[in-house]
Ligand binder design. Structure first.
Ligand code: NAG
Ligand code: NAG
Ligand code: NAG
Ligand code: NAG
Ligand code: NAG
Length: 335
């Protein structure tokens, strides 16, 4: 019996890695920071039409979640930053949140991730683990082990990032990060990161556009024995190096948000470059090549964003959309 179930598990892992090889590991970030966005049911139709099989929401919204019920699209959402402080010490608040936003949708769509805090490390790093532990208890009580808890960090959580092998968490957060990473390791959850190569490219001055958009064939930089031909891998490996230094075991990384705006930074934010970056990002993460430091793995990722959002701050923040608000593509669809 033990052997048979073992074989079944191996078989399922095998099947899911084949299925995962192409489109299922890629999702889109569905934000609501606009007053002219199409209604959620229309967004669901857009996702189905253009093969977006996973979405990530910043926070759960009941109207939106209702629209995804039974649609065969996986949904991830976050515990919003303004609730973390209370939820860390108030179990009633965690239960309420779970009953409002998780329990009603069990079985109606797959929840891939619940993101406990979005770029609040440093800041709320002492609170995240408490909320994760509370929520995990509620998930376990309903046998929902496949729903993974994580938190999203940006490059500002690192005190060093270049070369990638020097990657390390800021000393002020390292102890809290170690606790969080240990939890992620125990649960088999990835750490979620926010990665925007275009920002580094924009401020670097001397980098080739190809290096920032996975389009560089003949140039690489070396870091010890490893060689890099794209900026994304460098940034990923800086996080992997930081995780390895905390010595808690292997914790994977999922890309919670990446993308390339179509306006806001003069001639580097064009629709053509945005399309190239997003398409090459998809090909890169679904190739199974991994990164130089962690090779031969599929990487899960969410492209920001479905729409241009007119309530975002002025500048490139308004320009991440892959679709116009009338649901037509801004450039040839990536998914
Ligand atoms: C949820 O989303 C709908 C549709 O986008 C929006 O009208 C509504 O204001 C949102 N609700 C909350 C509580 O944010
Ligand atoms: C705990 O959270 C609930 C729900 O948010 C709130 O009504 C209650 O006042 C909180 N309790 C304490 C002690 O803060
Ligand atoms: C850009 O310049 C910096 C310092 O001026 C140097 O360290 C870096 O290697 C250069 N990058 C490229 C891609 O040439
Ligand atoms: C890379 O090198 C090959 C062989 O030298 C050359 O044919 C090709 O045009 C180069 N590609 C770029 C993008 O420079
Ligand atoms: C943008 O314009 C600058 C200045 O004219 C030029 O040096 C740079 O190569 C251009 N970048 C792209 C991506 O076209």
């Amino acid at each position: 019996m033990a052997k048979l179930s073992h074989i079944i598990v191996i078989f399922m892992v095998f099947v899911s890695s084949i299925v995962g090889a192409y489109d299922v590991l890629l999702g889109a970030y569905y934000r609501l920071a606009g007053n002219n966005l199409p209604p959620p049911w229309e967004v669901v139709q857009l996702c189905k039409k253009y093969n977006i099989r996973r979405v990530r929401l910043y926070e759960p919204n009941l109207t939106v979640l209702e629209s995804f019920r039974g649609m065969g699209i996986d949904v991830s959402f976050g515990v919003p930053n303004n609730l973390i402080e209370n939820m860390a010490t108030n179990h009633t608040a965690v239960e309420e949140w779970f009953i409002n936003y998780v329990a009603p949708f069990i079985g109606d769509f797959t929840i891939n991730y619940i993101v406990v805090g979005d770029k609040v490390i440093p800041g709320l790093d002492g609170r995240i683990l408490q909320v994760m532990q509370s929520l995990q208890g509620l998930l376990n009580a309903r046998n929902l082990g496949q729903v993974k808890l994580t938190t999203l960090v940006s490059i500002t959580a690192l005190s060093a990032q270049s070369p990638p092998s020097s990657g390390a968490f800021d000393p002020t957060i390292a102890a809290n990060m170690r606790g969080i990473l240990h939890f992620l390791w125990e649960q088999g959850s990835p750490l979620m990161v926010s990665l925007y190569p275009h920002k580094t490219y924009f401020y670097s001055g001397n980098m080739s556009l190809g290096y920032a958009t996975f389009a560089e064939e003949n140039f690489s930089i070396r870091d010890g024995d490893l060689s890099y031909n794209n900026l994304f891998d460098e940034m990923m490996d800086a996080f992997y190096a930081a995780i390895d230094k905390e010595d808690v075991g292997d914790v994977a990384i999922a890309v919670g948000e990446t993308g390339w705006p179509t306006c806001g930074h003069l001639n580097i934010t064009t629709t053509s470059i945005a399309a190239t970056y997003n398409r090459n990002f998809k090909n890169h993460i679904t190739s199974g090549k991994g990164t130089p430091m962690k090779s031969n793995i599929y990487i899960q990722g969410f492209i920001k964003s479905i729409f241009n959002e007119n309530e975002e701050p002025e500048g490139e923040s308004k320009c991440y959309g892959m679709f116009h608000v009338d649901s037509t593509p801004i450039y040839s669809p990536v998914f």
